[in-house]
Structures are given as C-alpha cells and as structure tokens.
Design a protein around this ligand. Structure first.
Ligand code: IMP
Ligand code: MG
Length: 184
C-alpha cells in the first residue's frame, strides 16, 4: 500500500519473522513452565494474537488496560482502567505491550504485577523507542528498535485510526494532541 500519510517501517513478512523470533526466545526461557500472559489493551491485541499462536509453551491469558496522562497536574501518571482477573501468585508472568516509549506504562505494570508475588515477571514489546525513555526499564524481549517516530498499524493507533493495517508505519504528519493521549 502506498499512502502519503504513512511511511512503511516493517512489512507483514518482517513482523511475522520478528514475532516468530520472540516466541522462540520466550519458549526457550520458559523451559516448559506454563506462562501467564498479560496483554495491554488495546494496542497489543494483534501482536498478542500472533504471538500466542507461535508460542509452544502452555499459557493462560488475561488483559489489563491503562490510561496515561502525558500533561497536566501529574505528568506521566499511569492509572489502571482494567485489572487482571486471574491469579499471578507464583506464576511465570509475561506482560505483552505494543510499544515501549517513555517506559512509564511498563514500569507501572511491572510494579503492579510484582505486588502479586509472581515467580517471575518479564516484559515483551513489539516496538522499542529507547530515545524517549524516562525510566531505566529495559524490555526482556523486543521485536524492533525504532527511532522517535509515531508508529501506527498492526494494532497501534493514532486517535483510534490505523489499528487494522497489517504492516507497521510511521505517521508522516504531526501527531494531533489527542493522538498522543496514550490510552492504549
Ligand atoms: P509509555 O508509557 O510512554 O512507554 O507508552 C506506552 C503506550 O503509549 C503504548 O502502550 C502505546 O499505547 C502508546 N504509544 C507510545 N508511543 C506510541 C506510538 O508511536 N504509536 C502508538 N502508540 C504509542
Ligand atoms: Mg499501549
């Protein structure tokens, strides 16, 4: 697809290979122990669906939803909108998000999950944007490192647009303020 508003970052074939590589690494680390996979809504939904179909390790699945506030009285504040409904105690937990940007969401979710005393808690992101990091958190697994662009497609949105595109793109235009609201 050729569009003026989007610049191709990664094709469906490249994404598929990256997801397969992530699944192999996660399987190797799990060593057959069942995983409790937590998807971060909404942006991770396509990545998560592809990832779990490539994993050989048995797993349980649940979702969380968070809201981040980039501006205002509490900059960087992250709030939980929907919590997990399955136990994490003594489980091998894997949090799956679409992209790590500042890392504030990931830090919040790792701390939140660790309060439940899992056996382990790891983080997998499809995209890593380390240039914007405000925390020292490093993902355990990441598919692609990308520069400071606004990524859309393959589940990622800008103002709820572009989620259904099968490839990953960089937005070739200024991101409207609401698009940065980071609600998933
Ligand atoms: P962080 O807390 O700044 O790391 O932001 C994480 C969340 O912001 C991600 O889960 C996404 O929902 C959203 N986000 C950050 N960067 C982008 C982007 O380039 N495109 C789409 N969503 C993004
Ligand atoms: Mg998200």
């Amino acid at each position: 697809m050729s569009r003026k508003d989007l610049i191709l970052l990664h094709s469906p074939r490249a994404i598929e290979e990256a997801v397969a590589g992530l699944a192999r690494a996660i399987d190797a680390d799990a060593g057959g122990r069942p995983l409790t996979v937590i998807g971060v809504l909404k942006g991770s939904f396509i990545f998560l669906a592809d990832l779990v179909r490539k994993l050989q390790t048995p797993l349980s699945l649940d979702f969380v939803r968070v809201k981040s506030y980039g501006k205002g009285v509490f900059p960087g504040e992250v709030r939980l909108i929907k919590d997990v409904e399955i136990p994490l105690h003594r489980r091998e937990v894997l949090i799956v998000d679409d992209i790590m940007d500042t890392g504030l969401t990931a830090r919040f979710l790792m701390r939140h999950a660790r309060k439940r005393r899992p056996r382990s808690c790891r983080l997998c992101v499809l995209l890593d944007k380390p240039s914007r990091r405000l925390t020292r958190i490093v993902p355990d697994y990441s598919g692609f490192v990308i520069p400071d662009v606004f990524a859309v497609g393959y589940g990622l949105d800008c103002n709820e647009r572009y989620r259904g595109l099968p490839a990953l793109y960089a937005l070739n235009q200024p991101v409207p303020a609401a698009g940065r609201s980071r609600n998933g």
